[in-house]
Design a protein around this ligand. Sequence first.
Ligand code: F6R
Length: 260
Amino acid sequence: MLVVVHEDYGAMSKKGAEIIASRIRRKPNLVLGLATGSTPVGLYKEIIRLHKSEGLDFSKVITFNLDEYIGIPPEHDQSYHYFMRENLFKDININPSNVHVPHAMFGDLNISSFETDPKIVQFCEWYENEIKKYGGIDIQVLGIGGNGHIAFNEPGSSLGSRTRIKTLTEKTVKDNSRFFKSVKEVPRYAITMGVGTIMEARELLLLANGDGKADAVKAAVEGPITAMCPASALQLHQKAIILTDKKAAAKLSAEFVTYG
Ligand code: F6R
């Protein structure tokens, strides 16, 4: 695991974009795993800049997003479909048929049995098979939750888990309520790639910035590998890069850190 600390959010985002651009130049039909949330917004802006000013070509790139809230239509301004369109896809030359964001409109769900709901189970299997069909994810972009989650794999998620429905913890609901009019509007369930699915990507690129991530970054990098901090699974990955700003790295011991 390589942890590279940057002066600020801008430098971290630029480095992340350079890494992705280098992978696309090496393999034009790269299978690129994407994340949403505030962390990768700067990364996506920089990628757009590279597309517009340096001709970074997305025409053959295939994308898979990590997750989507259940019950929010794709046109809703807090859906991850909408986020990806607005923050990246509308400004690059990606082929819409190469884009995969988990589907999340399953109609009425019985909350007591949704984990076995055939519509959801079938969708999750399809998503996993689709990733396999394209040969697996080459590089997966990740953020990290203040509680150590990756995608919507909340603390306690099996480190071998696959794409499935998950209930969001109160902390995540509260953290994400900043994007909604009120906490009541935040969805309680999401479809998410599992930790096991994520770990199969050939390379992982986790970004973290701000004080609010310092404890989670420390636990992920220096703590025990445990389902209570799903991001700690990255310690087992052969090619995991963590890019941070100074604030998110503030609690790391010196021996774990290199400077970008
Ligand atoms: C989003 C996702 C989440 C976020 C995490 C951090 O697709 O997978 O795990 O990466 O919640 O969110 P931000 O970046 O908003 O702090």
